[in-house]
Design a protein around this ligand. Structure first.
Ligand code: PRT
Ligand code: MG
Length: 212
């Protein structure tokens, strides 16, 4: 049995057509079902559907042999104990620094000392500012980062941007590019040894359909 971990949300929406083109058709509508383990048209392949940030954990511990996870999640996780096999080219976006549109005046005196940056991506953000020699206090949020500058919680955010509409709707503008993001196929290293014969065709067909 091969277990492939997918994450809910955007990655799932773009993974389903990729899987189907690769001949792996889920037995249920993954966007509707409440089941967390779903079989496929390929008898020995099953899917588990979990939170995006949990995909590296399932794959690292071998609870899933393969997984599809955003580069943002993989970098934030650290990626130890995972093989990053292929960039699938789906769910593409950019990790950006953003701040209130129309300048810096609004930050006031705090801008002269340390910057406060709200993000879900603490590790990536720490590394980004440190590598530029900028002192920043990182405020860890789990979602709705766009709110933080509007209520005085932070001066900047680091968040994913695709169309830019969420930033615009909240009077923010992207100022600096941190990372290009897309979803990658990852594997458990032990499974790659023990189950290589079973995994090889799955990996080959997913990698072949990438970015189409
Ligand atoms: O549910 P959970 O809290 O675990 O995750 P989530 O709801 O934040 O995101 P989810 O599950 O939909 O998908 C997460 C993965 O999708 C990320 O790890 C990325 O790899 C990928 N992805 C691609 C995105 C986006 N594009 C994206 N635009 N994840 C989130 N966004 C959000 C962004 O955070 C912002 O709030 O969409 C908003 C911006 O979109 P635009 O189009 O308005 O710019
Ligand atoms: Mg979500």
């Amino acid at each position: 049995m091969v277990t492939l971990a997918l994450s809910k949300g955007r990655i799932l929406e773009e993974s389903i057509p990729l899987l189907e083109r690769a001949g792996i058709v889920p037995e249920e509508d993954l966007t509707q079902t409440r089941r967390l383990i779903v079989g496929t048209s390929v008898p020995d392949i099953r899917l588990v559907v979990i939170r995006a940030a949990d995909v590296p954990t399932y794959v690292r511990y071998g609870a899933a042999d393969l997984g599809i996870a955003g580069k943002d999640v993989l970098l934030e996780d650290g990626g130890e104990g995972l093989y990053e096999l292929a960039d699938l080219g789906i769910a593409a976006c950019r990790l950006m620094v953003a701040s209130p549109a129309g300048g810096t005046g609004r930050e006031g005196a705090r801008a002269w000392t340390r910057l406060r940056v709200a993000t879900k991506y603490v590790r990536i953000t720490e590394r980004y500012f440190a590598s530029r020699g900028i002192q920043a206090d990182i405020i860890h949020l789990y979602g709705s980062m766009e709110l933080a500058p509007l209520v005085g919680l932070a001066d900047r955010i680091v968040d994913l941007v695709s169309s830019g509409r969420t930033l615009a709707a909240n009077g923010l503008e992207a100022t600096d590019h941190v990372l290009d993001v897309s979803a990658w196929l990852v594997a458990n290293p032990a499974a790659m040894k023990m189950k290589y014969e079973a995994l090889r065709p799955v990996i080959a067909s997913l990698a072949k359909e990438r970015g189409k």
